[in-house]
Design a protein around this ligand. Structure first.
Ligand code: GLU
Length: 496
């Protein structure tokens, strides 16, 4: 069934309890890639049966995160599909019908035990150092006792009648057979007293009805996977291929947490990580192609992804690697594409109007090559480009005067640069560079010192895009004005 020629049906089945985090995004990517690799379908199903954990608005946020990552689904709650509805809370009659079937066959049984009793049973078990669980009281009631419970009208749940002996084997594609002793399994609740199914019941019914061929999900579900296998057996259904994917770990080898940057996907995207970089990095967490190539486009990943090569042990998510990949992907963009992507950041910073005028767009496109080489995340763009939109308000004398020079020499150097640049015939990068280099020599200044003073005069900062390109982009008039103002600042400083 791992045969890549057979179109797979995979799914992402989030509970609407919050944002999509980096860890779950990686699992989505694996599911999506496998569906695309095999020419199959990727489904989105909302698992909202736990009403206590339901967070309003979370579903829309989940969908939005996937859309931003361009991880689109072929069937789902918003677009429907042949197995609609795709929201579990809307599928209750389906679960009830299936539960009824198993109840008839004795694979499920009614349990009327009230919460106080369950609590007490658990406490007793814990006192005996046994794992918590149900003591199966209602499974073995006498006919008369059962009739009395039925007649009482008390609320009840439906529990799974786990075989008391033998073993259940979960055949995991990447871990091999995982054997569970039935005697150690709990008769877990399948239908709660409010009529909602638990995850275990709903996931099996839905994966079967939606014809899911491969279940790629977090390895935290291994522990309860025998319940799912038992359900498939009780229903007489063919099991999907089980692929419990490894945890996403931080660089310290511990499960990814907030501390490592396990925040929401939207937060990463808002910071200016490109979806394609995030996609590439996460596809390599717990999986990798046989030749260890790292930079892989979405198309290449679709082509090369192979679930058999998913590692059973955790994969590391490393922010430094993401930064490196992001830079690489930023440099792959054309200036026009990059301009398009940084525009919202410039607008947010108030450097460009919303909507941007044609002239503003053209200007941003012109400036992009100045920062494209150094940009790590898009959100750095407003800071790096600010000097091209606003002149320095004032000058910091300590920044302006190079270490071994004094105010008078620096002022003189700036004035000389002003004069030379004013006379320049063509305002081109090579001409600016040649003039300023010659001038440094003429003035007997180290180029490093001289250029630093010019850089601070032009941008107000010690770090900026390359100097000659910067002056060129500022334009002659603006450059001359800034040099003059900087020189004046030093006049005042000298006088003081
Ligand atoms: N609703 C489950 C979760 O959010 C889905 C697990 C699964 O993929 O089966 O963890």
């Amino acid at each position: 069934m791992t045969d890549a020629t057979r179109p797979a049906r995979t799914r992402f089945a989030p509970s609407p309890t919050g944002f999509v985090h980096i860890g779950s995004l990686r699992t989505v990517i694996f599911n999506w890639l496998w569906a695309r690799h095999t020419g199959g379908q990727f489904l989105l199903r909302i698992e909202d049966t736990d009403r206590n954990r339901y967070v309003p608005g979370a579903e829309e946020q989940l969908l939005q995160s996937l859309r931003m990552m361009d991880l689109l689904w072929d069937e789902g709650p918003d677009i429907g599909g042949p197995h609609a509805p795709y929201r579990q809370s809307e599928r209750l009659p389906i679960y009830h019908r299936h539960a009824e079937e198993l109840l008839q066959h004795g694979y499920l049984y009614k349990c009327w035990c009230p919460p106080e009793r369950l609590k007490q049973v658990n406490e007793e078990r814990m006192a005996r150092k046994e794992p918590p669980g149900y003591d199966r009281r209602c499974r073995f009631l006498s006919a008369a006792e059962r009739a009395a419970e039925e007649a009482s009208g008390k609320p009840y749940v439906l529990r799974l009648a786990v075989p008391l002996e033998g073993e259940t084997v979960v055949n995991d594609l990447i871990r091999g057979p995982i054997v569970f002793q039935n005697a150690l399994q709990n008769d877990a609740v399948m239908i709660k007293s409010d009529g909602f199914p638990t995850y275990h019941f709903a996931v099996v019914v839905d994966d079967h009805l939606m014809q899911i061929t491969h279940v790629l999900r977090a390895d935290e579900w291994i522990a309860t996977s025998p319940l799912h296998v038992l359900l498939y057996q009780f229903f007489g259904w063919e099991q999907p291929v089980w692929v419990h994917v490894p945890n996403v770990l931080g660089p310290d080898g511990k499960k990814l947490s907030k501390r490592h940057g396990d925040t929401s996907v939207t937060e990463y995207l808002e910071k200016g990580y490109l979806p394609e970089a995030l996609f590439n990095v996460l596809a390599l967490v717990g999986w990798g192609p046989d030749d260890n190539t790292e930079i892989l486009s979405r198309e290449e990943l679709i082509q090369r992804f192979d679930i058999k090569r998913i590692q059973p042990s955790g994969g590391i998510f490393n922010l430094e690697k993401l930064n490196r990949f992001n830079g690489i992907y930023i440099r792959k963009l054309t200036p026009q594409q990059l301009a398009e992507r940084i525009l919202p950041y410039l607008q947010q910073a108030g450097l460009v109007a919303t909507p941007a005028s044609e002239a503003e767009r053209a200007r941003v496109e012109e400036l992009v090559p100045l920062i494209q080489e150094r940009l790590v995340v898009l959100s750095e763009a407003p800071d790096q480009l600010a000097p091209f939109f606003v002149a320095p308000e004032s000058y910091d004398r300590d920044l302006l005067i190079p270490k071994k020079l004094d105010a008078a020499t620096t002022r003189h150097a700036l004035q000389a640069a002003h004069e030379a640049l004013a006379q320049l015939e063509a305002w081109s990068v090579p001409a600016i560079e040649a003039t300023l280099r010659a001038l440094a020599e003429q003035l007997g200044l180290k180029v490093g010192d001289f250029f630093m003073a010019l850089r601070v005069a032009a941008t107000g900062r010690k770090v900026s895009p390359p100097l000659f390109e910067t002056l060129h982009a500022l334009g002659r008039a603006e450059t001359l004005q800034r040099l003059e103002r900087a020189a004046e600042a030093l006049t005042a400083a000298t006088a003081a």
